[in-house]
Ligand binder design. Structure first.
Ligand SMILES: Cc1cc2nc3c(=O)[nH]c(=O)nc-3n(C[C@H](O)[C@H](O)[C@H](O)COP(=O)(O)OP(=O)(O)OC[C@H]3O[C@@H](n4cnc5c(N)ncnc54)[C@H](O)[C@@H]3O)c2cc1C
Length: 456
């Protein structure tokens, strides 16, 4: 299947000039995302206005043409791959941005890169906390459509917690405006929140209103090494029990530390078997006192190595190790199955142990690390497809998902379902709930043209 001649003519009249890419060579780069799945788009459009988006969604609805919204394609679950063919709608030209320090809001087009939004807010003394590791390469529209999390979710929450309102176009071309600029709003059903995390399956988002906070005056970070994982996990609990809520609390298991050592010298002694990375923020005076308390808590919890950094310049080298996990992982095997499972906070130790068992049973290395304060564990099953390890890797992934669900957890805390996890979703979501989700989908998108084949 592809577009008919008259459909192509209509597209040309709606998108004159560089907003339309029709040749297979020009369209192909818009067919993949960070999951490495690929499908060839029939065409790519890059609307510049709400009106253009509206006309496109009316046309596609009328003609039953699949539409695939796309930001910067950094999602890792095949969320914006045009599987089965259709038109990719790129948000790259919808990049307006206004910061309002009176209302403490940002009003952004979906194509704004999230780090640019955060920097613009900072320039006005304000703070947009959600910080996915992809913050410099992903868009706010993509973050909203996937409900992206990040390191600071522990203290501040995820993208959902900052969306006050949005404008979206429904298949058919109707424009809906949900929520607004107020920081509280309980009038009617919360349609804005329904669209957050909907993975492009319900509507095309054209503008987002985000809550901003006052910017914390200072930040500091601590890297703590431990002789065992049990001690590191107990130390994380001890921090909470002492009444502290860090802005970020990351965990790196033994295999992760060994793997990072393959890239070069690491800041912790060789005998370290687990590490925690913590970030605090607040006023400069409060932060100094908090740092002392935190160091005391970690020492009492048997930390064998402590390093502190005050301010971005000193902190960055500590966080660099966390960012190096992905490149380091490929020293173990050339291929990876990556999950972002999440368990209740009290079940983290059981989850880490069980995931390790799943790796041992499959005979494959598994890396476990992540936002431990949220119970959100990144699980990387490393394998070599060319050496016939794909089946074992799928088994380890499947066992991991079953384990997490048996602990009351979820198969995705951040990345979403997309193509990659669609087949697994019924393990977590019941028949009644899935059926309700599908009925909601039918109301928004009766011909199922929005991002078909994803999630549900
Ligand atoms: C190195 C790296 C680190 C990462 N770290 C994190 C992390 O810490 N936390 C985290 O949560 N994720 C992380 N991710 C995943 C990814 O960055 C997020 O899912 C991000 O929100 C995707 O944004 P994007 O602009 O790339 O969107 P895309 O990948 O282009 O699209 C994602 C989804 O959003 C939909 N979409 C995009 N724009 C719209 C719109 N205007 N209207 C409707 N639907 C739309 C698409 O159809 C698709 O379903 C990481 C990815 C990488 C590669």
């Amino acid at each position: 299947m592809s577009l008919s001649r008259s459909q192509t003519q209509t597209l040309k009249s709606l998108f004159p000039g560089e907003e339309l890419l029709l040749s297979p060579e020009e369209a192909a780069p818009f067919g993949a995302d960070a999951s490495r799945a690929f499908a060839q788009p029939w065409a790519v459009v890059r609307p510049r206005s709400l009106e253009q988006a509206r006309e496109l969604l009316a046309f596609a609805h009328r003609e039953r043409i699949p539409l695939f919204p796309r930001g910067r394609a950094t999602n890792v679950v095949g969320d914006c791959v045009p599987q089965g063919g259709g038109i990719v709608i790129s948000t790259l030209f919808l990049d307006s941005l206004a910061i309002d320090p009176e209302d403490f809001v940002a009003v952004a087009g979906p194509g704004v890169v999230t780090a640019d939004l955060a920097a613009a807010a900072e320039g006005r003394g304000l703070f947009y906390p959600p910080d996915p590791a992809s913050v410099r390469i992903s868009t706010i529209g993509g973050n909203v459509a996937t409900c992206a999390g990040g390191m600071r979710a522990l203290k501040y929450g995820v993208t959902r917690d900052f969306v006050l309102g949005l404008t979206a176009v429904l298949p058919g071309g109707q424009v809906i405006r949900c929520g607004g600029r107020t920081h509280k709003n309980v009038a009617g059903l919360d349609l804005a929140r329904l669209l957050v995390g909907s993975e492009g399956t319900l509507a095309f988002i054209t503008e987002i209103i985000l809550k901003l906070l006052p910017k914390p005056a200072a930040t500091a970070s601590v890297l703590a090494g431990f002789a065992s994982e049990a001690q590191a996990l107990a130390a994380a609990q001890a921090v909470f029990r002492a009444g502290m809520l860090p802005a970020a609390l990351e965990f790196m298991g033994a295999e992760v530390l060994d793997c990072l050592a393959l890239l070069g010298p690491t800041p912790w002694p060789r005998e370290t078997r687990a590490a925690l990375l913590l970030r605090l923020d607040g006023s400069a005076a409060a932060l100094a006192a908090d740092l002392d308390s935190l160091a005391a808590i970690l020492r009492a919890a048997s930390a064998t190595h402590l390093e502190q950094g005050l301010g971005a310049d000193q902190e960055e080298p500590l966080w660099e190790q966390r960012r190096l996990i992905n490149p380091a992982s490929f020293r173990l095997r050339p291929d990876k199955l990556s999950d972002d499972v999440t368990v209740p906070r009290g079940k983290v130790a059981a989850a880490v142990a069980g995931i390790r068992q799943a790796g041992a049973a499959a005979g494959l290395p598994i890396l476990v690390f992540g936002h431990i304060g949220d119970g959100n564990l990144h699980v990387n099953v490393m394998y070599d497809a060319a050496a016939g390890e794909s089946e074992a890797a799928q088994r380890a992934k499947s066992d991991t998902l079953d384990l997490v669900l048996s602990l009351g957890g979820t198969m995705s805390g951040e990345h979403g379902i997309g193509l990659v996890k669609a087949a697994y979703l019924p393990r977590q979501i019941g028949q009644e709930e899935l059926s309700l989700m599908r009925r909601i989908k039918d109301q928004f998108d009766p011909h199922h043209i929005m991002n078909p084949g994803k999630a549900y």
